[in-house]
Write a protein that binds this ligand. Structure first.
Ligand SMILES: *[C@@H]1O[C@H](CO)[C@@H](O)[C@H](O)[C@H]1NC(C)=O
Ligand SMILES: *[C@@H]1O[C@H](CO)[C@@H](O)[C@H](O)[C@H]1NC(C)=O
Ligand SMILES: *[C@@H]1O[C@H](CO)[C@@H](O)[C@H](O)[C@H]1NC(C)=O
Ligand SMILES: *[C@@H]1O[C@H](CO)[C@@H](O)[C@H](O)[C@H]1NC(C)=O
Length: 418
């Protein structure tokens, strides 16, 4: 994992802060750095948040938190894992913009009070640690929130901060926008990177391979995330229907290998900019909602290893033709009982995998007794409706339609293996 790094350059930041972070309660001792030791107030507040988090770290085999001391948060050798940037429009003040704690094997009981309290964070990448607790309340991240995106949403500081935190009026209504280039370096450090350029407003939360538990936050959809990767954790509960509100921002979402349950939500089909949706190896159930016909950007759709049933619909398989960009549809290990006509060619071409289902006439299916046992259980999910209004489709970049991309060219899949 050391031979892989992700870097992120923040090119221009414009976003609207709807209130900001809490003032941490920690009071510094005399010997500790004081506010005037920091270039600006935000770095001082980040310092307090980092120190508070550091005190909760129970295991640090690489001794990385030993560098989290003093006032030089943005230094080259101090505060390993923390990276600063200057945001134009704010007098070029330095602020913490990314935290990369990959592979340090840190143990800490939770990330709440840490990742949700660093004021200008755009990237949090901490795969392969042992962070527990719930997913940090993403909507609490003022900086991840574009206030003017949807003015119809209620914005109560109490809701967003659990009722216990004040809002600093000084930071209200600052408008900024972000364009972020994600660059991946494989092999030796400094090697040639692959860049995913010019993603506007990109925010990324990459927390694969941790010990996160509890449900996905109900307000997940109001986070403005572009990349969400929480594969290989212990998350439970449903995929929140608010996820549909990420239709303008979410490019990739990895939920695989958790314990998510409940019906596959209709709103997942509203993610018409998403190229990757992988919710495989969970306990999701229900038919594929008709809204999945709206996934006109999806290239990798993996719902294998769940408890899905009904028919694999024509509209979904047509996304691999002129209606979309689908290159890989994995539905193996479910309880589907039929495939629509448009799907037959995809099975033949190896684009659609329906192994280990309950489809009569196809090879490699479940045993009839297994299928009968599942079918006899009560089904409570809504039926797949026939009509659906899709959000306005994004224009597909020319020349990329149905191009089969290497897995490492997807931000989240690339980070899954580090
Ligand atoms: C961790 O780092 C600190 C400060 O650099 C050093 O004093 C300490 O001996 C180190 N501990 C281990 C276990 O390497
Ligand atoms: C982001 O990528 C684009 C296209 O490759 C490039 O023109 C731009 O300069 C990059 N921005 C930064 C901050 O690296
Ligand atoms: C993971 O979190 C659970 C609580 O959800 C805890 O009991 C367990 O010890 C944690 N696992 C590790 C390896 O720390
Ligand atoms: C499709 O995706 C699955 C799951 O990610 C992967 O195992 C499989 O190799 C992929 N198939 C193709 C043809 O790329």
């Amino acid at each position: 994992m050391d031979d892989f790094s992700i870097s992120l350059s923040i090119f221009l930041f414009i976003y609207c802060i709807a209130g900001t972070v809490a003032y941490p309660e920690l009071l510094p001792h005399k010997a500790n750095p004081q506010p005037h030791d920091f270039p600006n107030e935000k770095l001082y507040r980040s310092y307090l948040v980092i120190q508070r988090f550091k005190s909760t770290v129970t295991s640090d085999p690489k001794n990385v938190t030993a560098t989290w001391t003093g006032n030089d948060i943005c230094g080259e050798t101090t505060y390993v894992g923390f990276h600063c940037g200057a945001l134009p429009g704010r007098d070029n003040q330095l602020t913490v913009t990314k935290i990369i704690l990959n592979g340090y094997s840190l143990h800490a009981p939770k990330l709440q009070g840490f990742v949700d309290q660093i004021p200008d964070l755009a990237l949090f990448h901490a795969a392969s640690n042992n962070f527990g607790g719930d997913i940090p309340r993403l909507v609490g991240l003022g900086y991840l929130y574009k206030l003017n995106a949807r003015s119809d949403l209620p914005l109560h500081p109490q809701d967003r901060y659990g009722g216990q935190v004040g809002v600093n009026p000084q930071f209200k209504s600052q408008c900024l926008t972000a364009t972020i280039n994600f660059t991946f370096h494989f092999g030796i450090p400094g090697g040639k990177g692959r860049q995913i350029p010019g993603v506007t407003d990109a925010k990324a939360l990459l927390l694969n391979h941790n010990n996160l538990s509890g449900p996905l936050p109900l307000d997940l959809g109001f986070s403005k995330l572009s990349y969400l990767a929480v594969a290989n954790n212990k998350l439970t509960g449903p995929i929140p229907s608010s996820i549909g509100h990420l239709q303008d921002s979410l490019f990739e979402v990895l939920l695989l290998n958790n314990q998510l349950s409940g019906c596959l939500p209709h709103e997942l089909g509203m993610l018409n900019k998403a190229a990757v949706i992988d919710a495989s190896m969970n306990q999701l159930t229900g038919p594929i909602p008709a809204s999945f016909s709206c996934l006109s950007s999806v290239e990798q759709l993996n719902l294998g290893g769940n408890r899905l049933y009904g028919q694999v619909p024509d509209v979904l398989c047509k996304l691999a033709g002129p209606a979309g960009r689908l290159a890989n549809l994995t539905l193996s290990g479910n309880y589907f009982t039929s495939v629509a006509p448009a799907c037959a060619a995809l099975i033949k071409d190896g684009v659609l995998d329906v192994k280990n289902n309950c489809i009569p006439g196809l090879a490699n299916q479940r045993r009839p007794a297994e299928c009968a046992a599942f079918q006899s259980q009560p089904k409570t999910c809504p039926a797949a409706t026939t009509q659906v209004a899709c959000p306005a489709a994004p224009a597909a970049p020319p020349g990329e339609r149905n191009a089969i991309r290497d897995y490492s060219s997807y931000v989240t899949y690339a980070t899954l293996h580090d």
